[in-house]
Design a protein around this ligand. Structure first.
Ligand SMILES: Nc1ncnc2c1ncn2[C@@H]1O[C@H](COP(=O)(O)OP(=O)(O)OP(=O)(O)O)[C@@H](O)[C@H]1O
Ligand SMILES: [Mg+2]
Length: 223
């Protein structure tokens, strides 16, 4: 492999295994992900897909083997390069702006731009304090679709090179899921960002146009 080829590697996952206590979950998974690649992962419930994504996100450490993302292998460094959207959004008792920035120094303009991309700006601007509306009072009033759109906005504002999606629309009804997925596709379509995506889903139709679809079975990833 030439030096220029090496530069294109975003993640190198080498022989990782993982157990919760003594229960083995993942076995000897190796995967190389190129920059800009879009990878889908499918597999039956309980086979280890979310566990694998948590390791990629730097939220869990593998029991053995190594994960290297953009030259970093310490989980706290990995987390800086990764954004995650999970099945249900965790919204905090803070304003909409604070829920999206989570302490990062994003400008109001850039947050508004992303809110527009996820089709939330009109709704946010209709609230009493706009983007600075306190969500603690309203978190229960949000629809599942609005909450997931906020979670997507949070992930997109981070501008991390790797986006991990763990069934981001699984908690939504079919038509809301389709429209949230369309917003997500719109956000991630900008080819100049060369965003890399790993997307776990039971809906293979969401993986149209992806570079690879991998199957996980019994803790083994078939690449
Ligand atoms: N915190 C935990 N402690 C112990 N066992 C766990 C924990 N989290 C998950 N497991 C177990 O690990 C296995 C893999 O779980 P995981 O959530 O990775 O599966 P999954 O493929 O994402 O399933 P689904 O499609 O239902 O989301 C399951 O048997 C699950 O019960
Ligand atoms: Mg899961």
């Amino acid at each position: 492999m030439s030096n220029s080829d090496k530069k294109q590697i975003l993640a190198d996952i080498s022989h990782i295994s993982f157990s919760y206590d003594t229960k083995p979950i993942l076995q000897d998974i190796s995967l190389t992900i190129q920059k800009g690649e879009r990878i889908g992962i499918v597999g039956e419930s309980g086979c280890g897909k979310s566990t694998f994504l948590k390791i990629l996100a730097g939220l869990l450490r593998p029991s053995s083997g190594s994960v290297n993302i953009l030259g970093k292998s310490v989980p706290s460094d990995i987390r800086k390069n990764v954004s995650v959207v999970m099945q249900s959004a965790m919204l905090l008792p803070m304003t909409i702006f604070e829920n999206i920035t989570l302490g990062h120094d994003y400008s109001e303009g850039s947050v508004r731009k992303v809110l527009e991309q996820v089709s939330l700006l009109e709704w946010v601007d209709s609230l009493p304090d706009g983007i600075h509306t306190y969500l603690g009072d309203r978190a229960d009033e949000l629809s599942g679709g609005q909450a997931q759109r906020l979670a997507i906005a949070r992930a997109m504002c981070k501008e991390a090179p790797l986006l991990l999606l763990d069934e981001p629309t699984a908690s939504l009804d079919a038509s809301t899921a389709a429209s949230v997925m369309a917003s997500l596709d719109a956000c991630t379509a900008d080819s100049s960002r060369n965003l890399t995506i790993v997307h776990v889903t039971h809906q293979v139709e969401y993986l149209k146009g992806y570079d690879r679809i991998l199957r996980m079975e019994g803790g083994t990833l078939y690449v």
